[in-house]
Design a protein around this ligand. Structure first.
Ligand SMILES: [Zn+2]
Length: 117
């Protein structure tokens, strides 16, 4: 079931054929970045792992690669979809809550065990 949804999502996200925006695009620093090739990124989504095809550009003056589609999809420097990152953040918040509770238990034993006075 999830796998099917993942295949559908993969098709949807690749419907733009990699989001090619011409042979040259502004790099954001006042230069032009040249199209190099297409790169496939494996992304973990809430449905399944999918491959996303993205046009890769490179600015010679900055010496940096540029993938506009990653920016649009909020996938820069990560291979987890925004939905998965939200789920991970929720788990992280729960863990820190647990940590905080055990800390206060250590610092205030009388609060946590009322029998010991
Ligand atoms: Zn540049």
């Amino acid at each position: 079931m999830h796998q099917v949804g993942g295949v559908f999502l993969e098709k949807l996200l690749n419907a733009d054929a990699g989001d090619h925006r011409g042979s040259r695009i502004p790099c954001g620093q006042g230069h032009e970045a040249a199209f190099v090739d297409y790169r496939i990124k494996q992304v973990t989504t809430v449905l399944s792992e999918i491959g996303i095809k993205r046009a890769y550009y490179h600015c010679q003056k900055c010496g940096k690669g540029l993938i506009p589609k990653d920016k649009d999809l909020d996938l820069e420097n990560t291979s987890f979809s925004p939905g998965v990152r939200r789920m991970m953040a929720r788990v992280g918040a729960k863990e820190s809550f647990e940590d905080g509770r055990s800390d206060s238990r250590k610092n205030w034993p009388m609060w946590w065990s009322p029998s010991r006075r």
